[in-house]
Design a protein around this ligand. Structure first.
Ligand SMILES: Cc1ncc(COP(=O)(O)O)c(C=O)c1O
Length: 362
């Protein structure tokens, strides 16, 4: 058989040992050039890593694949996790693939599009209030503590997607760094949307393992930017008292991998950039209209941060930044529901006129 281009097994030599990797074809995601945006910004090169192309539409498939492979290998009877939606869906899919039952505590304010696809897998789910929108520093850590204790009590693999809780499973995300080192050897900056800090820390670890020198930039919404603000010297600790952002996936005031991310980002020569929700939603729209790439708002935080850095003169014309586009647009589309409802209807014979009206304006 030829070397597989998808699946964590390709990197088995660098990952925790398991007898078999459970796979749905994760990883091996494409890198594309964002030439229109690059020329608008006066950058020689700008690229995007399309983690949206993973089987459940987010980079969390990498950690889910590693996690369930470990859980099977170690003889666990199931898994338990917390999630804002993406990790939960990835765990539901890969857990089912592995034949392992699972229980998920999903943020109750998670977008409908992240909760609906959980249903076909038949996993146990509870929607938890007080985390996500308006989260406090203690609610998230309290939930994770409950879940960790329950994992112990019931003999379940603790599948929270943070190095602090699931260090071996998170090694699956290192493969993102391995792939980037192969795909974009001249990458100067990796822009990582950041909530709990696990992605930034694991990506930096993967790049360092391959001696890839890119600076990892932590990208956070201003309303919940403990890691970015600590890196900027504004906070003593990477923790804030509460969360005031609607960007699903990035609402962690007390990020479990905060210090790990800070240390890894500093070692890479990177920094943190915080941008407000409006800038993130504008970046989401810009990515769609300028490049044809539709991502969820959390993923667009990378472009919003890059635009902010560019305006502040933090990037040079010969840099080659890469946006980590962590999640697909279909995962959080409520802001497009109203415009979609306004799409006009037409009778069959009115269609030529509708096209003619449109064609006059393009
Ligand atoms: C789409 C998306 N991007 C980025 C992140 C942030 O990852 P981390 O919490 O590891 O910092 C998440 C986390 O859920 C996410 O769902």
């Amino acid at each position: 058989m030829s070397t597989p281009t998808h699946g964590l097994a390709r990197y088995a030599a660098d990952l925790p040992a398991v007898d078999r990797f459970v796979t749905l074809g994760e990883g091996g995601t494409p890198v594309i050039a964002l030439d229109r945006l690059a020329s608008r910004l006066g950058l020689g090169r700008l690229s995007a890593k399309l983690e949206t192309a993973n089987p459940t539409g987010s980079y969390k498939d990498r950690v889910a694949a590693m996690t369930v492979s470990l859980a099977r290998h170690q003889g666990y009877r199931g898994w338990v996790a917390t999630s804002s939606g993406n990790a939960g869906l990835a765990m539901a899919a890969f857990g089912t693939r592995a034949g392992l039952p699972g229980f998920l505590c999903v943020v109750s304010t998670a977008p409908q599009e992240k909760r609906v696809p959980l249903v076909p897998y038949g996993i146990g789910v509870v929607a938890v209030d007080g985390v996500g929108d308006g989260a406090s520093a203690t609610s998230g850590t309290g939930l994770m503590a409950h879940v960790a204790a329950a994992a112990e009590r019931h003999g379940l693999f603790l599948a929270i997607t943070a190095n602090a809780h699931n260090p071996l499973g998170m090694r699956g995300i290192d493969t993102l760094g391995y792939e980037l080192a192969e795909q974009v050897p001249d990458m100067t900056h990796a822009y990582a949307p950041t909530g709990g800090g696990g992605l930034a820390a694991s990506l930096a670890r993967g790049l360092a393992t391959r001696s890839q020198q890119a600076a990892v930039v932590v990208c956070q919404p201003l309303g919940c930017a403990p890691i970015a603000r600590h890196l900027a010297g504004e906070l003593d600790q990477p923790v804030v008292g509460g969360c005031d952002t609607l960007i699903s996936g990035l609402q962690l005031p007390a990020p479990p991998d905060g210090q790990l991310a800070v240390d890894a980002v500093r070692a890479s020569g990177g920094w943190g950039t915080a941008v407000d929700d409006a800038a993130i939603l504008r970046a989401q729209q810009l990515l769609a209209t300028a490049e044809g790439v539709f991502v969820e708002p959390a993923a667009a935080t990378s472009l919003a941060a890059l635009l902010d850095d560019h305006e502040r003169g933090r990037l040079r014309g010969d840099d080659h930044p890469v946006l980590i586009l962590t999640g697909a647009g279909w995962k959080d589309q409520s802001r497009f529901a109203a415009p979609a409802a306004r799409i006009p209807t037409a009778q069959v014979d009115d269609v030529p006129q509708a096209i003619a009206d449109w064609a006059r304006h393009v």
